[in-house]
Design a protein around this ligand. Structure first.
Ligand SMILES: [Zn+2]
Length: 277
C-alpha cells in the first residue's frame, strides 16, 4: 500500500515537473521571440533613420558635425500667376499634381499668403540660370503675384510686395542686384512678370538694379552680350537674353537701341564698381 502511494505520488510529481518544465520552456520561447522581434525592429528603425538623415556618398564614413544649418536664400524671383483669381492660383500652387509652388502669393488687394517655408526649396523657377547658378530654386525665394499677364499691377499689390521684400531682405540679407524676374533667369522660356511690372519703382526702393537717363555713351568696343553675361544673364542664346533684358529694363521692341546700350553699360559699370549690394 505504502509502496503504491509512493509510486503514485512520484508519478504525480514527475508529471507536475514535466508540466512546469513545458510552461517554463514556453515562457523562455516567448521571451526569446520578443527579444528577437525587438532587435529586428531596432535594426529596421536604425536603417530607416540612417537612410533618411544622411544624403551623401556611400563610400564616405559618417562622422556627423553639429555645425550646419538650413539653406539660406540669396535671390528673390518674382512671377505673375497667369491666372485670374487668387483661388485658382492657390489651387495650382498647392496641388501635388502640378508640382509647382512658391514661397509667397500676393493677391491684387495686397493680401499675402505664405505657402512654403523660406528655408525650404519651393518649385517656382524650374530650369533656370543666373550668374553661373544653374538651379535658382535652390538659392531663391519665389513670389507669385496674382495677375493674368495682360493687366497692370494694382498699387495695393505693389505696396504689399514692397513691404514683403523689406521684411525678407532684413532677415535674409539679399543683395540689391539679386531681386529678379522669372524671365531674367529663364530667358525665352518665361515672360513673367509682364511688361506691366514696375521694375523702376522697385529699384527706387532698393530692390533690383536700375539706371536713369541720360546715359553715358558706351565705348565702341562695349559688347552687349558680354555686358548681359556680366549682369548674370544666360547668353547661350543671345536673342533670348536680349529679349529678357528688354522686358525688364526697356519693354519696347526687340532690338537693342542706343538707349538700351546706354542702360546696359551703366548697369554693368555700377556692378563692376559698386558690386551687387
Ligand atoms: Zn514664373
Amino acid at each position: 500500500m505504502i509502496f503504491f502511494f509512493c509510486r503514485l505520488f512520484g508519478s504525480l510529481r514527475s508529471a507536475c515537473q514535466r508540466v512546469l518544465d513545458t510552461v517554463q520552456g514556453f515562457r523562455l520561447l516567448v521571451r526569446r521571440l520578443r527579444y528577437g522581434l525587438l532587435c529586428v525592429l531596432c535594426l529596421t528603425l536604425g536603417a530607416c533613420v540612417t537612410t533618411s538623415e544622411r544624403v551623401g556618398s556611400a563610400n564616405a564614413q559618417w562622422k556627423p558635425s553639429p555645425n550646419y544649418g538650413q539653406r539660406k536664400a540669396n535671390f528673390v524671383i518674382l512671377h505673375h500667376t497667369s491666372s485670374d483669381t487668387l483661388e485658382r492660383a492657390l489651387a495650382t500652387l498647392t496641388s501635388p499634381r502640378t508640382e509647382v509652388s512658391s514661397h509667397y502669393l500676393i493677391n491684387r488687394d495686397g493680401q499675402v499668403l505664405q505657402l512654403v517655408d523660406e528655408n525650404q526649396r519651393a518649385w517656382h523657377a524650374g530650369e533656370s540660370s543666373w550668374g553661373g547658378h544653374s538651379d535658382m530654386n535652390s538659392v531663391s525665394i519665389g513670389i507669385e503675384l496674382v495677375n493674368n499677364g495682360r493687366e497692370p499691377f494694382p498699387p495695393a499689390q505693389i505696396k504689399a510686395l514692397l513691404a514683403l521684400l523689406s521684411d525678407i531682405r532684413s532677415r535674409q540679407k539679399i543683395p540689391r542686384a539679386n531681386f529678379l524676374g522669372h524671365a531674367d533667369v529663364a530667358p525665352g522660356r518665361k515672360t513673367d512678370p509682364s511688361a506691366f511690372f514696375p521694375w523702376r519703382q522697385l529699384a527706387m526702393s532698393g530692390f533690383g538694379l536700375w539706371c536713369e537717363p541720360p546715359f553715358e555713351t558706351p565705348p565702341e568696343n562695349f559688347d552687349n552680350i558680354l555686358g548681359l553675361a556680366t549682369l548674370g544673364y544666360d547668353v547661350r542664346d543671345p536673342v533670348r537674353a536680349i529679349s529678357a533684358f528688354k522686358l525688364h529694363f526697356s519693354p519696347n521692341g526687340s532690338d537693342m537701341d542706343d538707349a538700351d546700350r546706354g542702360m546696359l553699360y551703366c548697369l554693368v559699370k555700377n556692378v563692376m564698381i559698386n558690386g551687387r549690394e
